[in-house]
Design a protein around this ligand. Structure first.
Ligand code: ZN
Ligand code: ZN
Length: 154
């Protein structure tokens, strides 16, 4: 952790180490500041919400994490240790799916070039219903329809 912090040019503090350690250990890779704050405190760390906000902002500046704005109230952070990718977001359960499509990257690059833009980053998010939620929704509508036909047959 200390080496990672040092390489990023950030001063090493215990809290920064703890936070970075948490981000590398936790299963869920897309987290809000509140998620991180609650996760750390659940592990018995006493770290304030404002401190987490501040450290995550520093991490973002240092390129350790990426900040993403989905159509939700809070920004989502993820470690900047993966290849560039885009996201699919389920509107029902909030599940996040990552995908990489070189063809999309190529088309975006060409579009930017065409307009003379040098690109800093791009964000591409698709919203819909994941496979599991689609099945639940289908079942619900099937039940609803069978209830309707029950009523009409009586
Ligand atoms: Zn879902
Ligand atoms: Zn991601």
């Amino acid at each position: 952790m200390q080496a990672v912090l040092k390489n990023s040019g950030l001063k090493i503090t215990i809290q920064r180490c703890k936070l970075l350690e948490y981000l590398t250990q936790v299963d869920e890779q897309h987290l809000t500041v509140e998620n991180i704050y609650q996760g750390l405190n659940a592990q018995g760390e006493t770290i304030g919400l404002n401190t987490v906000y501040r450290i995550m902002a520093h991490f973002e500046q240092a390129g350790l994490v990426v900040r993403r704005l989905f159509e939700s109230e809070s920004a989502i952070y993820e470690l900047n240790n993966k290849p560039r990718h885009d996201h699919l977001i389920c509107l029902t359960c909030g599940k996040l799916i990552e995908f990489i499509d070189p063809l999309i990257d190529l088309r975006l690059g060409l579009a930017a070039e065409h307009h003379g833009m040098s690109i800093h980053h791009h964000s591409l998010n698709m919203y819909g219903h994941c496979f599991d939620c689609q099945k639940i929704l289908e079942n619900q509508s099937a039940i609803y329809k069978s209830q309707l036909s029950d009523k009409s047959s009586k």
